[in-house]
Write a protein that binds this ligand. Structure first.
Ligand SMILES: Nc1nc2c(ncn2[C@@H]2O[C@H](COP(=O)(O)OP(=O)(O)O)[C@@H](O)[C@H]2O)c(=O)[nH]1
Ligand SMILES: [Mg+2]
Length: 477
């Protein structure tokens, strides 16, 4: 059997997870099980899957001013010299960094991102294309993919960015930045302590801040003043930090967390041991907090993914199936009415006509009784077939009217698209002859299968609780 694109995608998703986080690879199988149930009931098309609707790898984006030390930070975090650094514009592409088991880092063109199941910006070029015609095709000139076998990369994706240059802000860069901000689970916004004064970062700030203040997910932004070591020699780090925060506030940004760090490797030498230690202690604290936030994404991811499984399965069982039964009931009711009216009218018309023409002789219908037996048989047969077809047609009409109603009115909290899809399927399946309470394929076996799936999703969540909360009695070793 030919594999669909979705099957192929899930296969690759599983392969990636098996290398990286085998526990989650098992969850993919449960998603597939849910797909099977949903497809049988008609709630999902063949080329769709619950597994492809969530981001399995949380994304951390590093944005900020040019030469603020973004790439240096990432290299240190990874423990690999992956990205080029320097005060010149060394890298003008967005670099998506993900785990790869190969010792040597691999570099792939941006197009590779388009079809890889790991990336939530699967088909990013289409979405950019729809925003700016023509730019989607040039995705390779903006994006590249690198793999690295750093342990900290397992289960997450990092994005390094070229940094904004006020004069050179091209539309596509901004578009991609917005896209990346949208899909990221955490956004580190880097500023340069060498130029904390408002003028130097107004443009960057304007773009970042203007788009973030009113966001619902504004707590995913961490504002980082980097290269704080540069300020120590001038003896005024506090003032620099204050000026920076003032600039942020002037741009409207008062919420969010502020951090101050520097790179130990790149730092300028500082002779005064006391100052140096104080600076390092503060930096270690802030850096630790930043790393914690990144680490937390792993925990969140595991919960999010299993939570999504449980939620989707429960939505199917507790909302979609009951709604489908409700829709079937309405269909059957409308069908009874419609058929009752049409057949009733026909019986009355026939009775009126046959009585008024005196066609009845007791219980014998004269026009028929006068014919040859074979013709009688053919006529009665033909009439029976015509009436059955009429009945079926009216039933379908009633069903279509319910379908239109479902498409028109969506109830809150119900996945209306799935519901109408399944109802449509019920309209032309054998199950239309069953009772209203028996949707297509909704057998006891399938119900047990779904119950089992929900129970095992519960177990998964418990397992995660054990792993992440380590309740008393659990062994830490
Ligand atoms: N003094 C100092 N220099 C840094 C620090 N971080 C990065 N640099 C230097 O700043 C320059 C720009 O860094 P880079 O990481 O390429 O910046 P990016 O453009 O934001 O990626 C490089 O020469 C780094 O060595 C820091 O914390 N302190
Ligand atoms: Mg860089």
């Amino acid at each position: 059997m030919a594999k669909t694109a979705t099957e192929e995608r899930i296969k690759r998703l599983k392969a990636h997870l098996e290398r990286e986080n085998p526990a989650l690879a098992e969850v993919v199988e449960q998603f597939q099980e849910l797909d099977i149930v949903a497809r049988k009931l008609g709630f999902m098309s063949e080329d769709d899957s619950y597994a492809t609707q969530i981001s399995w790898w949380p994304v951390v984006a590093v944005l900020g001013t040019f030469s603020a030390g973004k790439s240096t930070f990432l290299n240190e975090y990874l423990g690999h010299q992956l990205q080029r650094t320097g005060n010149q514009a060394v890298d003008d592409k967005f670099t998506v960094i993900c785990y790869g088991s190969d010792e040597a880092p691999k570099q792939l063109p941006g197009l590779a991102l388009d079809s890889d199941p790991r990336f939530p910006f699967y088909q990013i070029s289409q979405s950019i294309e729809s925003d700016a015609t023509g730019e989607g095709k040039r995705i390779d000139s903006y994006l590249q993919l690198k793999t690295c076998n750093a342990e900290v990369l397992r289960g997450k994706i990092l994005i390094d960015s070229p940094g904004f240059d006020a004069d050179k802000q091209r539309d596509a860069t901004l578009l991609i930045t917005d896209h990346i901000i949208g899909l990221s689970d955490l956004v580190l916004v880097f500023f340069d302590a060498r130029h904390p004064e408002p003028g130097a970062m107004t443009d960057t700030l304007e773009h970042l801040v203007a788009n973030t203040i009113n966001r619902q997910d504004s707590d995913k932004f961490l504002y980082i003043l980097n290269q704080i070591d540069n300020t120590v020699r001038e003896d005024n780090p506090e003032e620099v930090v204050a000026a920076w925060q003032r600039a942020m506030a002037q741009s409207g940004l008062t919420a969010g967390r502020f951090f101050r760090i520097y790179s130990e490797e790149a730092a300028v030498p500082i002779d005064d041991q006391q100052i140096k230690e104080r600076m390092k202690a503060k930096r270690d604290e802030d850096l630790g907090d930043i790393k914690n936030r990144i680490q937390q994404l792993d925990v969140n991811r595991a919960y999010r993914v299993t939570g999504m499984l449980e939620q989707s399965a429960k939505h199917l069982r507790d909302v979609l199936v009951p709604e489908l039964i409700k829709a079937r009931r309405l269909w059957f009711k409308r069908s009874r009415w419609l058929n009752g009216i049409v057949f009733g009218a026909m019986i009355i018309a026939f009775a009126y006509w046959s009585l008024s023409t005196g066609s009845w002789d007791g219980v014998i219908f004269r026009p028929l009784a006068d014919m040859a037996p074979l013709i009688q048989l053919v006529l009665v047969g033909a009439a029976a077939i015509a009436l059955a077809m009429l009945y079926g047609h009216l039933r379908l009409m009633a069903g279509r009217s319910v379908l239109r109603k479902l498409k028109r009115e969506s109830s809150p909290g119900v996945d209306g698209k799935r519901l109408t899809m399944a109802f449509e399927r019920n309209l032309d399946s054998w199950s239309k002859h069953l009772s209203a309470g028996h949707p297509h394929n909704w057998s006891g076996r399938l119900q047990r299968r779904l119950d089992k799936l929900i129970a095992s999703a519960d177990t998964l969540v418990q397992k995660l609780n054990d792993r992440f909360t380590r309740p008393s009695g659990a062994n830490d070793q």
